[in-house]
Design a binder for this molecule. Structure first.
Ligand code: HAM
Length: 429
């Protein structure tokens, strides 16, 4: 029995898993720079009251909370948004807007471990601050669509809604914000009947309940029609109608701008986080019933944290779940590296082997060297097992002639090449 085991819900990433994770992460970084986002790094430990201010009951009940040795109540971050909004209210307060900020790293939620649900997981997080215009919302949808396509997620769609539709109706029915949250939480977990009962108990009128029931039944790909129907059903609730109009503008831009990904409009859609004030969305694939990403507009959070009124919209993608989706869909992880394996035949040429390794690394090749003193055939077996592309075999006679033996490990052909020409020869092969 081993002495120490992993903590439940935590994972180790062995080399092949770690390289997949880093491959997905690298794609998110590339998207960040393609869309003009700058990276920031924030701490994993934050104040408990910051993280719970507007996160919602669901996340709140699943946080890793503790008192540090100074007696401060702190928690491991369950998401990035609160930390980034804290910065907007403090250090970044006076930066010219818009500001596009990217982060990536681990998050912690005490979820019940199961397929795609971990207690430590990875996100790439994108936030745009300073614009309340629909093109900012569309930008977030667009980068999400590009990321999925770039990584080769074959079938995915965006489920899109707008919290203003439901909150608008409830506000005009005089339901307080805190009580609205209770209704929305039930809707987030798709307990439609319970949500209706709750709304009724909070004093929503018979007309309001019947409008909600109708809203609960509509969703579809034809976004313009769905939103037209939504406006008709909610015509007596002007806040809800303007929310639907705002979503129409975002969709129009998305369609006219030929952004790409398929989408489903769902006016009843609610998300667990309480800070959202506008468009909300999730990324879904047919093979899984959990989202690969989620986000939306939250125009009040920075102000709530003591900053200037700052409109904001963002998204977080679950890197672990994207990896899982790629595996489920049989997508290829293209972990492309040209690996060169250097094999010194005897100790006398070790110095030359080190020299060649240094030279090739300088040229940008990934180089591994035989360091166990094994025979050439054993070292070649090892190189093949490690999926190296080439072996460079170095012996005293070859060195004396200024040459090395270059072996292509795919075709198994080998020939003597001039040491000077080695980098160029690797390129040609
Ligand atoms: P969220 O929907 O809570 O949103 O999380 C975003 C993504 O993180 C999910 O779609 C999922 O892929 C991944 N995720 C969440 N929980 C887990 C878990 N236990 N295991 C594995 N993956 C998980 C947010 O976090 C918001 N901060 C997004 C946002 C940014 N909204 C505006 N800006």
């Amino acid at each position: 029995m081993p002495k120490f085991q992993r903590v439940k819900g935590m994972r180790d990433f062995l080399p092949s898993e770690a390289s997949k994770l880093r491959h997905v992460e690298a794609a998110t970084r590339e998207i960040a720079s393609l869309f003009g986002f700058e990276e920031i790094v924030t701490p994993i430990v934050e104040r408990y009251d910051l993280l719970t201010a507007k996160s919602g009951e669901e996340i709140k009940s699943r946080m890793y909370v503790f008192n540090d040795l100074g007696g401060r109540r702190v928690a491991l971050r369950p998401e990035f948004t609160a930390s980034v909004a804290r910065l907007m209210a403090t250090s970044l307060r006076n930066e010219p807007k818009p500001l596009r900020l990217f982060s990536t790293g681990t998050l912690y939620r005490y979820d019940e471990p199961q397929f795609g649900r971990y207690r430590e997981f990875w996100q790439s997080n994108f936030e745009i601050f300073g614009s309340d215009r629909p093109e900012a919302d569309t930008d977030i949808l667009s980068l999400t669509s590009d990321l999925m396509q770039k990584l080769g997620v074959k079938r995915f769609w965006l489920k899109i809604g707008h919290v203003g539709i439901l909150r608008g109706l409830l506000t005009e029915e005089d339901v307080e914000e805190q009580q609205q949250n209770e209704v929305l939480q039930l809707m987030d977990s798709k307990r439609w009947e319970n949500a209706l009962q709750k709304a009724e108990s909070l004093g929503v009128s018979a007309d309001g309940i019947s409008a909600l029931k109708r809203i609960f039944r509509i969703e579809g790909k034809d976004g313009r029609k769905i939103l037209q129907d939504t406006k008709t059903m909610l015509k007596d609730y002007s806040i809800a109608v303007s929310a639907a109009e705002n979503l129409e503008q975002i969709l129009d831009l998305y369609i006219q701008g030929k952004i790409g990904a398929e989408m489903i409009i769902e006016p009843r859609f609610a998300r667990g986080l309480e800070y959202y004030t506008g468009m909300i969305f999730e990324v879904l694939v047919p093979e899984m019933d959990i989202s690969l990403g989620g986000g939306g507009r939250y125009d009040k959070l920075v102000e709530m944290f003591g900053g200037e009124p700052t409109p904001a919209v963002g998204v977080a993608h679950g890197l672990d779940r994207i990896s899982l989706a790629l595996e489920e869909q049989g997508g290829l992880f293209e972990v492309s590296k040209q690996l060169v394996f250097i094999i010194p035949i005897c100790d006398e040429v070790l110095h030359k082997a080190l020299e060649v390794a240094k030279q090739l690394r300088k040229e940008g090749y990934n180089v591994n060297m035989e360091i166990m003193g094994r025979s050439v055939s054993r070292a070649l077996q090892d190189a093949e097992k490690r999926e190296a592309n080439f072996a460079v075999i170095i012996g005293p006679r070859e060195v004396a002639e200024g040459k090395v033996m270059l072996r292509n490990l795919t075709t198994r052909q080998q020939n003597l090449v001039d040491l000077q020409e080695l980098p160029a020869m690797l390129l040609k092969k």
